[in-house]
Design a protein around this ligand. Structure first.
Ligand SMILES: Nc1nc2c(c(=O)[nH]1)N[C@H]1C(S)=C(S)[C@@H](COP(=O)(O)O)O[C@H]1N2
Ligand SMILES: [Mo]
Length: 262
């Protein structure tokens, strides 16, 4: 078939090209606005959806379920073989940061302090600092990590929690799933899963930089648990108890991860 010249499309003029370009720009601008609006609506709806959920231990339930999933992963990866990195004593800070004073009331009398170890109902052991100092002593220099983002290499000494369990024949208690610790005034409290408590670097600690703990760092006795964030290293332990249920935990109740492992 023969095509006549009139049927041939003529090339667009510069004006036509410009108009086409303008149309395209307008189209894209409108699409962008619609997308922007829809995303905004989605964000508001998502936030309302989240707010509509009941709180579960300090955070909305969907967020808590993410924390729980993380926890399962940590649970599987942590083992005795996982040791926190240690440092030479010379690397330890001499000006050690003081952070957190919940349960550190000024009217505490260190002279009458005793560690209460609840072995069972109506069976409590009372220990003095001297009793605890008689047990085998272990030192550690490690990078103490606070969940707020700072860390500091610090030097501690005390008795390994696992040695403490051995020396006081707490094997039946250590067969339970958790140990609970709280300050004498019960204002600060933590729950530690037993594998982490029995970890070889976990200490019931009474010395910092070769000297008795300062009062604001937990004198007479604190926990040092290098495989977890600082929130679990409770200062000024008053009571220790054992349980198969999760002991209450101060920062867990405020939305943090129960396990808080590193
Ligand atoms: N009794 C008690 N222990 C506590 C806290 C607290 O507020 N009260 N804060 C925790 C937190 S968040 C951190 S980081 C460490 C800080 O220990 P430090 O003060 O010796 O640096 O202690 C932990 N133990
Ligand atoms: Mo912390």
């Amino acid at each position: 078939m023969e095509q006549s010249a009139a049927e041939q499309p003529s090339p667009p003029t510069p004006e036509q090209q410009e108009r086409a370009l303008e149309r395209e720009i307008r189209r894209r601008t409108i699409v962008s606005f619609i997308l922007f609006f829809l995303l905004g609506v989605a964000a508001v709806m998502g936030f309302r959806w989240l707010k509509g959920h009941p709180q579960d231990a300090g955070v909305q339930a969907p967020l808590r379920s993410v924390l729980n999933a993380n926890e399962k992963i940590f649970d599987k990866t942590l083992s005795d073989g996982h040791l926190a990195k240690t440092y030479p004593v010379s690397a330890a800070a001499t000006h050690v940061r003081v952070n957190g004073d919940v349960g550190m009331s000024p009217n505490f009398d260190p002279n009458t302090w005793k560690l209460r170890v609840i072995r069972a109902a109506r069976d409590t052991l009372f220990l003095t600092l001297k009793d605890i100092q008689q047990l085998p002593k272990t030192e550690i220099v490690f990078d103490f990590k606070c969940i707020e983002g700072w860390s500091q290499v610090t030097h501690w000494a005390g008795v390994k929690f696992s040695d403490f369990v051995k020396q006081y024949h707490l094997d039946a208690q250590a067969a339970m799933k958790y140990v609970g610790l709280r300050t004498p005034d019960s204002a600060y409290y933590v729950g530690i899963d037993m594998p982490s408590a029995l970890h070889p670097q976990t200490l019931l600690c009474y010395e910092m930089n070769g000297k008795p703990l300062p009062l604001n760092q937990g004198y007479p006795l604190r926990l040092i648990i290098p495989v977890k964030y600082g929130i679990k290293s409770i200062k000024r332990i008053g009571t220790m108890y054992f349980s198969d249920q999760r002991p209450p935990d101060y920062w867990f109740e405020r939305g943090y991860d129960y396990f808080s492992g590193l």
